[in-house]
Each structure stands twice: as structure tokens, then as C-alpha cells.
Design a protein around this ligand. Structure first.
Ligand SMILES: NC(=O)c1ccc[n+]([C@@H]2O[C@H](COP(=O)([O-])OP(=O)(O)OC[C@H]3O[C@@H](n4cnc5c(N)ncnc54)[C@H](O)[C@@H]3O)[C@@H](O)[C@H]2O)c1
Length: 255
């Protein structure tokens, strides 16, 4: 993977998949600027502390980032056991806001990688809704749209991962045509990170058991990170607008 001399911004860098992605990118020669609400406990080239659930905090973080970067890995996320409004703000609205704010600073040939989830696999069932929200520009307008189209609290995590996959599909091509910056999703299945148990609580024992029988085991974060890194690298220069499952085959058992 060609990542030498690239500067990549990684959100959610202080834990789990984000931390492992930072390690992988740095091992391949990239400089990594981490962004998280929590202090990191790994070596980084720079770190910006920010709460990515607030547009003003995102704007302040962007001010602290370099004038030119080569990529953005949107990995920060909260599980569905968090407040639904927070899930919307961090996993979707804030991610979009940061991506749009940073896009003008991403060099031609650069990339944005969004971490979705196998739990977003049912996006075709709500495609019209996700397209409508995807067409609403801006954090505040997105919140207003969601006020008018409330999302069920119990499945809000799935809803916003679905919405992220659809927004990525909608936005990737126009951004690539205009700026030569690609955008893709990586969709992990269960991963051994500190929030894995939250997903079991969120889904309930029955669904968690059903999925557990369809996979060998949850992934380790170092089995997901290389795919995110690949999507930042020059070798993936013609991959745009896709959602790549990294789930040991779990999604392939759903249809
Ligand atoms: N672990 C899994 O089984 C799994 C499966 C599929 C998708 N995912 C997705 O992978 C991504 C990473 O999750 P993880 O498992 O590594 O979880 P994690 O809890 O280990 O890491 C998430 C990181 O995001 C940061 N974060 C959360 N809210 C934030 C905010 N408001 N502002 C700034 N930083 C914030 C946290 O501080 C943490 O460092 C998430 O988007 C999650 O939805 C995880």
C-alpha cells in the first residue's frame, strides 16, 4: 500500500477500530492526525480533541487541521444504546459535516472512508427515506428533517448506518467528479472492541445468538483496519462509492 508522505485524519482514534487504523496507516508510512473526544493512548503525529456531535466543535477542530491533507477516515461512532439524538449527531450528521468541511483541503487523489456496519445492510428497505435525508444539506437542516421524520429509538443505530451507506453512494460520484476525492464505506460485522457488548444489549440476545451462529467469531480490529487503509491508498484509486463488507461473510448470509 502506497501511503508514504500522505497525511490522514482519523476520527475515533482513541479506541478500537480507529486506533488500529492509525497504527496500520503509520506502519505504511502515513502521518496520522487523530481526532477524538478522548485522549489517545497511542503514538500519533498530531491529535485534536473534539466532540464530533456538535457542528461548532467540528468547525473548531477543522481550524486546527493542516491546510492540505490526503484523507479522512470517519471511524468515530456510538452504539445504539446511546441516546438516539447522539447516534444521529455522531454517526451521521457530524460525519457529513466534517467531511464537507474538510473536503476542500483534501488533495486531488485523496480519499474519505466511512465506517458503516453490517447492521446497515437493510438500506434498500428504506431507500426513499435515506435518499430524502441524504439530499438535505447541512447539520441543522438534517436535524430539522429528522424532527419531521422521527426515527424509532430501538433501531436508530441501524437507521443511521443505512443512511450513511446511501449518502456515501449519493455523494461519492459528484465529489469525485468535482475534486478527484473518492469516498467509500467499510462495513464491519461484530468486532472485538470496547463497544461489542453494547451491540448485544442493543440487538437483544435472540438476534445476537442468531448472528453468532453465522460467523466463526467477531473480527479483531486489525482485520478491519487494513481495508480502511487500502481505501486511502493509491492502489484503490478507481474504487468509489462502494460499501465493502469486512465481516467474515456475515452479510452474505442475509439475502
Ligand atoms: N465494534 C463493532 O462490533 C462494530 C461493528 C460495526 C461497526 N462498528 C463501527 O465502527 C466504528 C468504531 O467503533 P469501535 O468498535 O472501534 O468503538 P470504540 O468505542 O472502541 O471507538 C469509538 C471511538 O469513537 C469516539 N467517539 C465517540 N463519540 C465521539 C464524539 N462525540 N466525538 C469524538 N469522538 C467520539 C470514542 O471516544 C472512541 O474513541 C463506529 O462507527 C462503530 O459504529 C463497530
Amino acid at each position: 500500500m502506497k501511503l508514504t508522505n500522505k497525511t490522514i485524519v482519523v476520527t475515533g482514534v482513541s479506541s478500537g477500530i480507529g486506533a488500529e487504523t492509525a497504527r496500520t496507516l503509520r506502519a505504511h508510512g502515513a502521518s496520522v492526525i487523530g481526532v477524538d473526544r478522548n485522549e489517545p493512548s497511542l503514538s500519533l503525529d498530531a491529535f485534536v480533541q473534539a466532540d464530533l456531535s456538535h457542528p461548532a466543535a467540528i468547525d473548531a477542530a477543522v481550524q486546527q487541521l493542516p491546510a492540505k491533507v490526503d484523507g479522512l477516515c470517519n471511524i468515530a461512532g456510538v452504539p445504539g444504546t446511546a441516546e438516539p439524538q447522539l447516534v444521529a449527531r455522531v454517526n451521521y450528521l457530524g460525519l457529513r459535516h466534517l467531511s464537507a468541511a474538510l473536503l476542500p483541503r483534501i488533495a486531488s487523489g485523496g480519499a474519505i472512508v466511512n465506517v458503516s456496519s453490517v447492521l446497515g445492510a437493510e438500506w434498500p428497505q428504506r431507500l426513499a427515506l435515506h435518499r430524502a435525508l441524504g439530499a438535505v444539506d447541512g447539520f441543522a437542516a438534517g436535524e430539522a428533517w429528522l424532527d419531521a421524520h422521527p426515527v424509532a429509538a430501538a433501531t436508530c443505530y441501524q437507521y443511521f448506518k443505512e443512511a450513511l451507506i446511501v449518502w456515501t453512494q449519493m455523494q461519492a460520484q459528484p465529489w469525485f467528479m468535482d475534486t478527484s476525492v473518492r469516498m467509500n464505506c467499510v462495513a464491519p460485522g461484530p468486532v472485538f472492541t470496547p463497544i461489542l457488548n453494547e451491540f448485544v444489549t442493543m440487538l437483544g440476545a435472540e438476534r445476537a445468538q442468531a448472528d453468532a451462529h453465522r460467523i466463526k467469531r467477531p473480527a479483531y480490529a486489525d482485520e478491519v483496519a487494513p481495508v480502511i487503509a487500502f481505501l486511502c491508498a493509491d492502489e484503490s484509486r478507481w474504487i468509489n462509492g462502494v460499501n465493502i463488507p469486512v465481516d467474515g461473510g456475515l452479510a452474505s448470509t442475509y439475502p
